[in-house]
Design a protein. Structure first.
Length: 327
């Protein structure tokens, strides 16, 4: 076969130098695409390392604000806060206490960050209930309708504390509508909702449950979170959330669910966030600690892949280091 028969298209031409590769990259990744999850624990005086999540801490208010300041200075888009109260009960009443740990954390974060970065409030009950489920129980099952009523109360208290976005993660039916109408009735009609629309019942939340102290005491979450086998259902969840007033959508986890990110983006045209969850983070960090993977290269590849799938924002525990690497 002579040279003349070689096809004129050579895809390698645009890969020949770093400058060519950068100029023709289809996907961008910047600190402003990243949201850092942060944990705030009531009643501790020093930040406590989370054993299953290297470099992550349960913060005090002081260390939380310091960490958020550092993140904002590196250009990250914002933080999402998970409060861990010292008092838990069967209905999770600390979740809507205007002086609760989460509400105090939001106020402190907003005071520090102003308009520099977002403070997103995760809205769920699992960190606040003594049984660790994401809602109010009837027998051993989560009772949907009283639960979304409670979510409405929680949303009002989180918006009242100054949260820029309310992010309900409990996967109850009608939760976005209940939260929207509670916010509107309380004068928070401009408080946006970032709905965890397609949240799957994933084993990759394991390390988070240590961090947020929200593991269920019995059973699991498969009667409310989606089955990992389902993608058409994920689209229906997203469309239902839009119908109920969601402003932006989330898919979670991210790495194993990139097809879901893509299809939710294409089916809705809405802003989509993807949550690169605790187990995805810890898996990469464990491999890096063992020397099996290069942490920096693996992190940038993973985050770029999530953006390529269609995510506008990536929630990730890698945010702090990734923002430095991307500076
Ligand atoms: C609360 C909540 C969970 C996560 C975010 N919000 C845990 C769960 O549903 O069990 C997981 C986040 C992560 O693993 O990083 N409902």
């Amino acid at each position: 076969m002579g040279m003349s028969s070689f096809p004129s298209e050579r895809l390698r031409r645009l890969r020949g130098s770093g400058a060519l590769r950068r100029a023709f990259a289809e996907t961008s990744l910047a600190p402003s695409d990243l949201i850092a999850p942060l944990f705030l624990k009531e009643g501790i005086t020093e930040p406590a390392p989370i054993a299953s999540m290297p470099n992550q801490f349960q913060h005090t208010i002081e260390s939380l604000v310091k960490e958020a300041r550092a993140l904002a200075s590196k250009g990250v888009a914002g933080v999402i806060l998970f409060g861990v109260p010292s008092h838990k009960d069967d209905v999770g009443s600390e979740a809507w206490n205007p002086e609760g740990i989460t509400q105090r954390g939001i106020r402190a974060l907003k005071d520090e960050l102003g308009d520099e970065a977002l403070v997103i409030a995760d809205l769920c009950l699992c960190e606040y209930t003594d049984h660790g489920h994401c809602g109010i129980l009837k027998g051993e099952a989560v009772d949907n309708d009283p639960t979304i009523e409670a979510y409405g109360r929680i949303a009002v208290s989180l918006a009242g504390a100054g949260a820029d976005l309310i992010a309900p993660s409990g996967m109850m039916d009608g939760q976005v509508g209940a939260i929207r109408s509670a916010l509107d009735s309380a004068g928070h009609e401009m408080a946006p909702i970032l709905a965890y629309s397609a949240k799957f019942a994933s084993v990759f939340y394991g390390p988070f449950r240590e961090a947020a102290e929200g593991a269920p005491r019995f059973g699991d979450r498969r009667s409310y979170q989606a089955d990992p086998a389902n993608i058409e259902e994920a689209v229906r969840e997203a469309l239902a959330d839009i119908e109920e007033g969601a402003d932006a959508l989330m898919v979670k986890p991210a790495i194993g669910y990139l097809d879901v990110v893509r299809v939710v983006k294409e089916a809705t045209g809405y802003p989509v966030a993807a949550y690169n969850v605790s187990g995805e983070y810890s898996m990469l960090m464990a491999a890096a600690e063992k020397g099996y993977l290069d942490e920096r290269a693996a992190t940038i590849e993973v985050l770029t892949s999530i953006r390529r799938a269609g995510a506008d924002l990536v929630l990730t525990y890698h945010a702090s280091k990734a923002a430095e690497w991307l500076a």
